[in-house]
Ligand binder design. Structure first.
Ligand SMILES: Nc1nc(=O)c2c([nH]1)NC[C@@H]1CN(c3ccc(C(=O)N[C@@H](CCC(=O)O)C(=O)O)cc3)C=[N+]21
Length: 294
């Protein structure tokens, strides 16, 4: 039976470390970290994620600057808002919740965020630096950073191991593969055009599942003793729930937990750690800024 990695517990430990550092900054400089959380439109899932981020800020003494914009906002107006946040010296991190409405070019908007405030790590230049050997971005993207942190804190060796990432999105799969590569794993990416992904996944010492397909990874695909990090947060219908749905991962947890050495659950695995890494990036951004200007 696998060790179930409790993301909530790890997240709570790191959050209390962050809260301590926030208090120190306040004592020393009379300043607290500030995070702007920008949401465009009223998608239910986005509102719920943004709500969790704002609540977590409040709990840690980080000031959140809430910017709620209408679905119909023009790209130019959104960029103007981003520029105002770039200029606001109390804001140390800027998060623009994705996805943005279809009439807005996400990459263009993200590239307008000041590099020093790009706490999501989605600015094209930060992604470029992540891809370069011997270079490091100012901020690592939160979900990939959460995956690595969970592996490291669980005592899983990465160096020299075979890692397979399932999915190649800009915000999870691709950057997660780059981070594993930086940590000296041998990395393979499987995606929707890979034939028989199960044969590749069976070789993996580390599996990062970020395909967005509920329970697509079966227990029989997991190498005995492997570490399995499940990034999937798929809502599936569940009439027995008040909400009408429940969250399931990309991995069949019941089966895979019999074979794996370590596994993260959904919910309660990567999700709470993603939010925590955002808070950690915000703290680091604030420290860089405050200590530089003193
Ligand atoms: N600019 C931007 N940055 C992001 O980091 C970003 C984004 N846009 N758009 C959407 C995705 C998704 N995402 C999640 C964060 C936390 C949980 C999380 O905490 N999930 C809980 C469950 C929450 C629940 O019960 O609904 C868990 O897995 O235990 C999940 C997903 C961040 N994203």
């Amino acid at each position: 039976m696998a060790t179930v990695i409790d993301g909530k517990v790890v997240a709570q430990t790191i959050r209390s470390e962050i809260a301590d550092e926030v208090r120190l900054l306040a004592q020393k400089y009379g300043k607290v970290p500030g995070l702007a959380v920008v949401i465009v439109g009223s998608r239910k899932d986005s509102q719920s994620y943004v709500g969790m981020k704002r609540k977590a800020c409040a709990e840690l003494g980080i000031k959140s600057f809430d910017v709620d914009l209408p679905e119909q906002i023009s790209q130019a107006e959104l960029i103007k808002q981003v520029h105002e946040l770039n200029d606001n010296t109390d804001v140390h991190g800027i998060l623009v919740q994705l996805p943005l409405p279809k009439h807005i070019n996400e990459e263009k908007v993200l590239s307008e965020i000041s590099l020093e405030k790009d706490v999501d790590g989605f600015h094209p230049l930060n992604i470029g630096k992540l891809a370069m050997k011997g270079r490091d971005p100012l901020f690592l993207p939160c979900t990939p950073k959460a995956c690595l942190e969970l592996l490291q804190r669980s005592g899983v060796t990465i160096k020299g191991k075979k890692a397979v990432v399932v999915g190649r999105s800009n915000i999870v799969g691709l950057p997660a593969s780059l981070l594993l590569l930086k940590a000296d794993a041998t990395v393979t990416i499987v995606h929707s055009h890979t034939s028989q992904p199960e044969n590749i996944i069976r070789e993996a010492d580390i599996v990062i599942a970020a395909a967005g397909q509920p329970k697509m990874i079966k227990g029989s695909w997991i190498k005995p003793g492997a570490a399995v990090i499940d990034v999937g947060t798929n809502a599936v219908d569940d009439p027995t729930r008040k909400s009408g749905y429940r969250l399931v991962g990309d991995v069949d947890f019941e089966e895979a937990s019999k074979t794996a050495g370590w596994i993260t659950p959904v919910p309660g695995g990567v999700g709470p750690m993603t939010v925590t890494m955002l808070l950690k990036n915000t703290l680091e951004g604030a420290k860089r800024y405050i200590e530089q200007s003193n």
